[in-house]
Design a protein around this ligand. Structure first.
Ligand code: MN
Length: 311
């Protein structure tokens, strides 16, 4: 396939085989008209600053997802019944990070136009910019809820603004940014946060303030894009990231937040980024796959409940 070709292919011709799909063949939707969710795996890491390897993240998540139980005990539902389609891994455009972001943007626009909920699996965090730009081209006002150990608000890094270290500064041009779980930033980023009066919930705030989840809701617009850098979690439970930072969030802290946001806002799209698989340690891969399934379970909880009432 040429580097340009997948831009012109309709999404339906880019679907992964059933057995390579998220949650495997029992859950896979092979016709987009029956799907509500589009899983978009993007195996790209060009600007990662520390340990690289997130290009292997999407495949590891998809592999681990084959082992997921399809029933979710919290919602009492099997969210795969909503219709989850999976794209083949997006072809990498190695010419520049800008070109790769543009490729993600075009896939994002197509999935919004098709009425699908995009869930991107990364890959490096810079790619989130493409999905956020796609959303901004379709929706006027939305919040960006960023779960991340790092602020990623530098003006430029190593001579470019198209870097993981700058991605959320770029993204903040398109939606109102709310950051959660941050515990690593520069003095320059700190000044910018204060100048912009950016709502930021440091990891320490999450650990020490009982009302942090409600406070986050106060800052969110009715429509939200959720971007999760897996390093928001404590490296004790999520070691497979390129830049681990101690003192991260825990499983249920993040799940509770995601469920609350799903109940109070409309989540329009999401991504789970920066899985850097470690040979011999599959637990974090499964963790990421389950997080993706949980996010979808919460997002479509009400829709599935309405469906089962009319069944
Ligand atoms: Mn990060």
């Amino acid at each position: 396939m040429s580097a340009e070709k997948d831009h012109t292919l309709p999404l339906s011709e880019m679907l992964a085989s059933a057995s390579a799909s998220f949650c495997g063949k029992d859950a896979a939707i092979q016709h987009l008209e029956n799907a509500k969710v589009l899983i978009i795996p993007v195996p790209y890491d060009a600007t990662t600053t520390y340990l690289s390897g997130t290009r292997n993240g999407p495949a590891a998540i998809l592999r681990a997802s084959q082992e997921l139980e399809l029933f979710d005990e919290e919602t009492g539902q099997e969210v795969c019944r909503i219709g989850i389609a999976t794209l083949e891994e997006l072809e990498v455009d190695a010419s520049s990070p800008q070109a790769m972001v543009a490729r993600v943007r075009s896939i994002g626009e197509e999935s919004f136009d098709a009425g699908l909920f995009p869930l991107m699996l990364g890959g490096e965090h810079l790619l989130s910019l493409g999905m956020i730009q796609a959303l901004a081209n379709r929706v006027e006002h939305f919040s960006i809820l960023q779960l991340d150990a790092h602020a990623d608000l530098r003006k430029s890094y190593q001579g470019t603004e198209y870097s993981n270290a700058c991605v959320m500064r770029l993204a903040s041009r398109y939606g109102s940014l709310v950051q959660v779980g941050v515990r690593s930033l520069s003095a320059e980023e700190n000044r910018w946060i204060q100048d912009q009066q950016l709502p930021i919930f440091y990891a320490a705030d999450v650990h020490r303030r009982s009302s942090w989840q409600e406070e986050i809701l106060d800052h969110l617009s009715p429509q939200v894009y959720v971007t999760i850098d897996l390093d928001v979690f404590d490296p004790g439970i999520m070691p497979s990231v390129g830049t681990p930072e101690p003192g991260g969030l825990h499983w249920y802290e993040v799940l509770d937040l995601l469920r609350l946001v799903s109940q109070k806002c409309q989540i329009l799209g999401a991504d789970i980024m920066e899985l850097c698989p470690q040979p011999g340690n599959i637990s974090p891969d499964y963790f990421a796959a389950k997080l993706a399934y949980k996010l979808l379970s919460y997002r479509f909880e009400n829709q599935l409940a309405r469906r089962s009432k009319t069944d």
